[in-house]
Write a protein that binds this ligand. Structure first.
Ligand code: NAP
Length: 250
């Protein structure tokens, strides 16, 4: 693994994560595709990347679970060596609901999957990247959402609030590790065509709302992946604690 940069994409088997994993592989990164349960999607993506001449592994791990996160990072240590980039892409969405009908169980599921997971992955990445620990530095890109700004009333305030937490994590952590060779930035996608909207109970949500988007269309996973890649790459070397909205102007 001499000189090859290493990227971990959490939730990299499908949607925005899959487009990101593919893009990093095309740019020569050794890519770890993490997934939770859809091994078929992750394996098929890995085959595609390998067929294009890329280098990747797939690792099943529930990143909301601390023991799984430790296993995920030590697998990367063993198979690839030092991590250069972490993309915190995982999130879950529950069925559209007003807050008045939300159970504590639902709220906690959203927070642990969308927030705790990112904190745990950042912690393990920093241990390895920090120049204060003898690491070579690195870049973390968090995937938030335009929902952090809109609040998603009548649909999923819990999800929107979890993304607000990701924005705050980005800001605070970027300052905490700025002099340790680590940049921490964030991409906030808008309405993007992925399976996530089916989890929210409305598979055609992007098409229903696309006329409200100034660019008058939904976004594609690759359009988000390009922003993530830029923030992880040396092309954005003077940017940290910053946010790129990929929302079609919304
Ligand atoms: P998606 O198609 O639903 O894919 C989610 C991915 O996350 C899947 O690969 C899934 O694994 C994985 N995952 C979920 N929980 C996990 C866990 N605990 N541990 C490990 N993996 C887990 O989602 P997406 O639409 O691509 O969204 C990606 C990111 O963009 C999320 O942060 C989302 O909030 C954000 N975003 C999306 C939109 C949009 O319109 N799509 C808009 C704004 C922000 P399995 O494949 O194993 O199930």
């Amino acid at each position: 693994m001499d000189n090859q940069k290493v990227a971990l994409i959490t939730g990299g088997g499908r949607g925005i994560g899959a487009a990101t994993a593919k893009l990093f592989a095309q740019h020569g990164y050794a890519v770890c595709i993490n997934y939770k349960s859809n091994s078929k999607a992750a394996t098929s993506l890995a085959k595609e990347i390998t067929a294009e001449g890329g280098y990747c592994i797939t690792v099943q791990a529930d990143v909301a679970n601390e023991a799984d996160v430790l296993r995920l990072f030590s697998t990367i240590d063993d198979k690839f060596g030092p991590l250069s980039v972490l993309v915190n892409n995982v999130a879950v969405l529950q069925t559209q609901s007003r807050l008045v009908d939300m159970s504590a169980e639902r709220i906690n599921t959203v927070l642990v999957n969308n927030v705790t997971s990112a904190f745990l992955c950042c912690r393990e990445a920093i241990k390895r990247m920090s120049t204060a620990n003898g690491g070579a530095g690195g870049a973390i890109v968090n995937v938030s959402s335009g929902a952090a700004r809109s609040g998603s009333p009548n649909e999923y305030i819990d999800y929107a609030a979890s993304k607000g937490a990701i924005d705050t994590l980005t800001k605070g952590l970027s300052l905490e590790v700025a002099d340790e060779g680590i940049r921490v930035n964030c991409v906030r996608p808008g309405l993007i065509y992925t399976d996530m909207h089916s989890d929210g109970g409305e598979p055609t949500r992007v098409d229903r709302l696309k006329t409200k988007i100034p660019l008058k269309r939904g976004g594609l996973p690759i359009e988000v992946a390009e922003a993530i890649y830029w923030l992880a790459s040396d092309s954005s070397s003077f940017s940290t604690g910053t946010f790129v909205d990929v929302t079609g102007g919304m």
